[in-house]
Design a binder for this molecule. Structure first.
Ligand SMILES: Cc1ncc(COP(=O)(O)O)c(C=O)c1O
Length: 401
């Protein structure tokens, strides 16, 4: 796969808009995604699933095609098991609040979750009296299976974990986690925000009951996500929102829920983005997720190799590049993460993220104020990585302690 040619599919790369190393937040978009959305707005900007005229029918068909593309991309049989959401967070909230958990029910997460997979459970802890347990992560971010197994008792109803971590980049053995949880009758929810864009995800193999991810990280439209659920799990989940499109028959006193997935998609949907999602999935499939994973690894090896001897730079997580997926979080003695990010941008147009990356408990529990974070994707190349590491070395030498 010629990634250097591929880069040119991205307008911001062609236009020299800077070195973008913030893909864990949001990816750049290729022409095909932008074109698919433009086509919708220019040619058939109607609603789907309601009106029967020709423009609306074209939209309905396109929405169905995106669900089919999702089922094929994630190796499942049923397109109807993919619910469109506005992001991964909405999917995780829909799952958490839809399970009908009661006082005393326990939910296990890891100690390193993104706030999207932490705050909904905290709200349920406060409002419904559920209990929380945290599976501990080792210093390098890896999963402690024995500790996890020891957390189960008869009150555990759900296990909800990230597949790939947004700070350390570590990928968890979610298939084994799901097997253990299922043996103990717990529902398994996977946050795939950082894995779905970067590695092959086979939902049948993982056997997740629910799998949520962000399309804007892979590299689809902004404000777009998906919640996959096994059919029987979706059918047992209580919808959080109700309204147009979610019902069959309605009287003044009652309503019949529409079949899944419609019952979870209240009101008019984000059709342009749903259509752009199919273009993004086809784009990724054309490259091959294995190839993308290998490309990420090559860039991470280069990045970590280049930074190895920067004496005042500290990496969060493993010292092994392959364990970082596409993410490198780091600190430089004497500098605040935001200062590092602003200097990299103003000196060389290098865009990285800084702060706590919506993973506050991770940082607070380790008494770390935050970190800088560089994240790579398929459009980055070795020259960009070298420019980034040269700049970071310079910042560390001149401004660090
Ligand atoms: C691991 C993880 N989970 C969830 C999210 C939230 O994704 P979204 O902003 O699409 O809701 C992110 C975003 O960075 C993430 O990294």
């Amino acid at each position: 796969m010629d990634f250097d040619t591929l880069r040119m599919d991205f307008p911001t790369v062609r236009n020299g808009a800077g070195i973008y190393l913030d893909s864990a937040c949001q990816a750049l978009r290729p022409d095909c995604v932008i074109r698919a959305m433009d086509e919708y707005y220019g040619d058939y900007p109607a609603c789907g699933g309601r009106s029967v005229h020709s423009m609306a029918s074209r939209v309905s068909l396109a929405v169905d095609e995106t669900r089919e593309a999702l089922a094929s991309f994630f190796g499942t049989d049923e397109p109807g098991c993919y619910v469109f959401t506005k992001n991964c967070t909405e999917g995780l909230n829909t799952a958490a609040f839809g399970l009908g958990l009661k006082k005393g029910d326990t939910v296990i997460t890891t100690d390193s979750e993104h706030n999207s997979n932490h705050i909904p459970w905290l709200i349920l802890q406060e409002n419904a009296g559920i209990r929380r347990k945290y599976s501990r992560s080792a210093e390098d971010g890896s999963f402690d299976m024995e500790f996890f197994k020891g957390l189960f008792d008869s009150s555990v109803r759900a296990v909800s974990v990230q597949q790939s971590n947004s700070v350390t980049g570590q990928t968890l053995p979610v298939r084994e986690i799901a097997e253990i949880a299922h043996d103990r009758n717990a529902v398994v929810i996977i946050d795939g925000a950082q894995s779905a864009p970067h590695i092959p995800v086979d939902l049948k193999k993982i056997d997740a009951d629910i799998f949520c991810f962000s399309v804007h990280k892979m590299p689809g439209p902004s404000g777009m996500g998906v919640m996959y659920g096994k059919k029987e799990v979706l059918e047992s989940l209580n919808p959080v929102f109700g309204g147009g499109g979610t019902v069959g028959l309605v009287t003044y006193d009652s309503f019949t829920p529409a079949p899944v997935p419609d019952r979870f998609e209240a009101g008019l949907q984000n059709y342009a983005d749903i259509i752009g999602t199919k273009a993004a999935l086809e784009y990724l499939s054309g490259i091959g997720m294995d190839n993308i994973g290998k490309h990420d690894s090559e860039l991470m090896r280069r990045m970590m190799g280049n930074l190895e001897d920067v004496r005042n730079l500290h990496i969060l997580g493993s010292s092994v590049p392959e364990k970082h997926g596409s993410i490198l979080s780091f600190n430089i003695d004497g500098l605040k993460p935001h200062d590092i990010a602003m200097m990299a941008d103003s000196m060389k147009g290098i865009m990285i993220r800084s702060g706590m990356h919506c993973s506050h408990p991770f940082y607070v529990s380790r008494h770390i104020g935050g970190s800088a974070r560089a994240s790579v994707y398929l459009y980055n190349n070795i020259a960009e990585i070298d420019a980034f590491t040269d700049t970071i070395r310079h910042i560390a030498d001149v401004f660090g302690e």
